[in-house]
Design a protein around this ligand. Structure first.
Ligand code: NDP
Length: 248
């Protein structure tokens, strides 16, 4: 599988799962645009790792939740890189809490970044793909978008929403040879999960047949498959990468 000559935009590409995706895409020959919003030092570390692979990359700050910023950023990417072939909507946040006491802001923030953020980026990113008549859009959802999770009503609702967004955009964009799929990670070892209390982690581990948390690279492998020509006939689907914690 080679992605030589392709330009890939990875939202939240500066650390965690996004960094692993950037590295894997770069390793396959893609020119990568690494997006971040608040931690430039993490984005620069990803840039250094991508460049160490001998690949070119661009680091770009924008908030996926802000449509004007996203539009401006995608204009800049198209001007600088000439094209956009692969878009990975990976940026995400959690603001956990029980439904009965969840603050409205916690609901709104998670919806704005996790769900509207993907909409903003797909809307801006699909235009150059439509002109090129080729594109790959990959959305990072979550196991909890399918199974639900106590304490994550906002997050699981946003992640379930991404599945609908995947399927609708897959139907709209298929005639231009643009595929849209999602990857649904289980529990992956990143900063997002490092904050979980040990007791919660033990409970989660007990529910994973393969017996360990996943690695960011496990998600990157599924993403690069979907980005490749090998997946040309796959659209509107969800690939579950969760150690078996949810089946079917
Ligand atoms: P991390 O918290 O490690 O990284 C989040 C990334 O998203 C960072 O690069 C961050 O940038 C970026 N980001 C956050 N908000 C915005 C924003 N408004 N605009 C642009 N970028 C933003 O998360 P993970 O790597 O763990 O998760 C990546 C994705 O995978 C998320 O969508 C998450 O929901 C999903 N996921 C993760 C699972 C896990 O177990 N870890 C399980 C299932 C799904 P910055 O550092 O600059 O703030």
């Amino acid at each position: 599988m080679s992605l030589a000559g392709k330009v890939a935009v990875v939202t939240g590409g500066s650390r965690g799962i996004g960094r692993a995706i950037c590295l894997r895409l770069a390793n396959m020959g893609a020119r990568v645009v690494i997006n971040y919003v608040s931690r430039p030092e993490a984005a620069e570390e990803t840039r250094a790792q991508v460049e160490a692979l001998g690949s070119e990359c661009v680091v770009l700050k924008f908030d996926v939740a802000k449509s004007a910023e996203v539009q401006e950023a995608f204009k800049q990417i198209t001007a600088e890189c000439g094209r956009i072939d692969i878009l990975v909507c990976n940026a995400g946040i959690t603001r956990d809490g029980l439904l009965a006491t969840m603050k409205e802001e916690a609901w709104d923030e998670v919806m704005a970044v996790n769900l509207k953020g993907a909409f903003n980026c797909i809307k801006a990113g699909c235009r150059p793909m439509m002109k090129q008549r080729w594109g790959r859009i990959i959305i990072i959802t979550s196991v909890v978008g399918f199974a639900g999770n106590a304490g994550q009503a906002n997050y699981s609702a946003a992640k379930a929403g991404l599945v609908g967004l995947t399927r609708s955009s897959a139907r709209e964009l298929a005639s231009r040879s643009i595929t849209v799929n999602c990857v649904a990670p289980g529990y992956i070892d990143t900063e997002m999960t490092s904050e979980l209390p040990d007791k919660v982690k033990e409970k989660i581990l007990a529910e994973i047949p393969l017996g360990s948390l996943g690695k960011p690279e496990d998600i990157a492998a599924a993403v690069t498959y979907l980005a490749s020509d090998d997946a040309r006939y796959v659209t509107g689907q969800a690939i579950h990468v969760n150690g078996g914690m949810l089946m079917g």
